[in-house]
Design a protein around this ligand. Structure first.
Ligand SMILES: NC(=O)c1ccc[n+]([C@@H]2O[C@H](COP(=O)([O-])OP(=O)(O)OC[C@H]3O[C@@H](n4cnc5c(N)ncnc54)[C@H](OP(=O)(O)O)[C@@H]3O)[C@@H](O)[C@H]2O)c1
Ligand SMILES: *[C@@H]1O[C@H](CO)[C@@H](O)[C@H](O)[C@H]1NC(C)=O
Length: 360
């Protein structure tokens, strides 16, 4: 609690420096800046608001509309199975909005089956080809979970289950090469050297894994992308990352809504968007509940990557940098923490003896 208060005060004082225009800041510490973007070590900064593309139907149209309506950061991944459509949306949106490639920030992610160093570059090149891009602004190791290789021709994206047609081998099969995080990371570093990606980072890493990585990394991870919403606040991990110059991106910032359709909401239903505390904070600031949840991230220098399916929501979700949650709001939200993680891949993989939580 003391920790959280300190953090709130720090965030509030930092917010004095916030402007709502595009930022171009040269700052020695990564977290002491900026309204609309966070500086990264290599190349341009990362916009605080990004469009998440997981489970996005008609990604071509949504991504194109997003770019035409002010969004500048797209969060993609091999695993989402829609990088071709996302790429078409990027091309169309850039053209329609008269933007150039350098005006936008595109993230993608290395899937678990490609952790062995010899597969990393091919996986990145496949993503670039699908997205129709020459480079990525950020490439992340999607999960710290190396799975057995699946050739592109066999299945793409390969997803979690090694052989969905097999009755006996129907679950996550670890990569028999046992690539270490350091080995995979070295291959990620090669992508930067080859100019295929500007920045590299990780997702779903905890502090212990980051410490391991930092010991041998030639290039420090630029970003850790983790599940973050008021039910899973991970405040110590956020603080650990930010204190070491690793920017944080919060995924599933609106909470469980997106997990309902795949049966992973853990009984919370639509939860946060209808939570009475979030509703009262929203009406106090004349904002929507979604805007409160997004502002809760951006105000603490955390990038947020909500997914949505309509033009109205694209506009609503981008319009979150013009208000400030005060200390009372922050304390109310702090009290909503339940350490409730929706994205636990074990839940996808019931073959290992039922519900198999990896993170709990
Ligand atoms: N690195 C990882 O392992 C990982 C894991 C999960 C997610 N992610 C990334 O994070 C992104 C976002 O996460 P997410 O899709 O799980 O969840 P989310 O963005 O928190 O929630 C998406 C849900 O919220 C609804 N929604 C969006 N804007 C709204 C608004 N203004 N008011 C009310 N409802 C609204 C959407 O509905 P409609 O679509 O109907 O508008 C959708 O059902 C993903 O798309 C992906 O890019 C990364
Ligand atoms: C498009 O952008 C370029 C460069 O910023 C500018 O010179 C040109 O006039 C713009 N075209 C239109 C149609 O707005």
């Amino acid at each position: 609690m003391n920790y959280f208060k300190t953090f709130v005060l720090l965030s509030l004082s930092l917010s004095l420096f916030i402007t709502h225009t595009t930022t171009a800041m040269a700052s020695s510490t990564l977290t002491s800046c900026s309204a609309s973007s966070l500086p990264l070590p290599n190349g341009k900064s990362m916009p605080l608001l990004g469009l998440g593309c997981w489970k996005m139907e008609d990604a071509k149209q949504m991504v194109s509309l997003a770019l035409q309506n002010g969004w500048r950061h797209i969060d993609s991944a091999c695993d989402y199975g829609n990088e071709v459509e996302v790429g078409e949306g990027i091309s169309e949106g850039l053209k329609a909005a008269n933007l150039s490639r350098e005006d936008i920030f595109v993230t993608s992610k290395l899937w678990n089956t490609y952790h062995s160093p010899e597969h990393v570059e091919a996986a990145c090149r496949r993503t670039l080809k699908d997205l129709n891009l020459d480079y990525l602004d950020l490439y992340l190791i999607h999960f710290p979970i190396p799975l057995k290789f699946v050739p592109f021709e066999t299945r793409y994206p390969p997803e979690w289950i090694h052989d969905p047609s097999s009755a006996t081998e129907n679950t996550m099969v670890p990569d028999p090469n046992c690539p270490t995080i350091q080995q995979t990371w070295a291959a990620m570093e090669n992508l930067v050297e080859k100019g295929l990606v500007k920045n590299i980072g990780v997702a779903n890493f905890n502090a212990a894994l980051l410490l391991q990585l930092l010991q041998t990394a030639k290039i420090k991870p630029a970003v850790n992308q983790i599940e973050l919403h008021p039910r899973l606040q991970q405040s110590r991990l956020v603080s650990f990352c930010q204190s070491r110059g690793i920017q944080v991106t919060g995924f599933s910032p609106l909470g469980s809504t997106g997990y309902v359709q795949i049966g992973m909401d853990r009984g919370e239903g639509v939860g946060l968007l209808e939570n009475p505390d979030i509703l009262s904070i929203a009406s106090k600031h004349s904002k929507s509940p979604a805007q409160v949840l997004l502002g809760w991230g951006t105000q603490r220098n955390i990038a947020v990557i909500p997914k949505c399916s309509s033009l109205n929501r694209l506009k609503e979700n981008l319009d979150v940098l013009d208000f400030k949650l005060d200390e009372e709001d922050m304390e109310k939200i702090a009290a909503l923490d339940r350490n409730l993680r929706y994205n636990d891949p074990g839940v996808f993989c019931k073959g290992m003896g039922g519900d198999y939580p990896i993170w709990d």
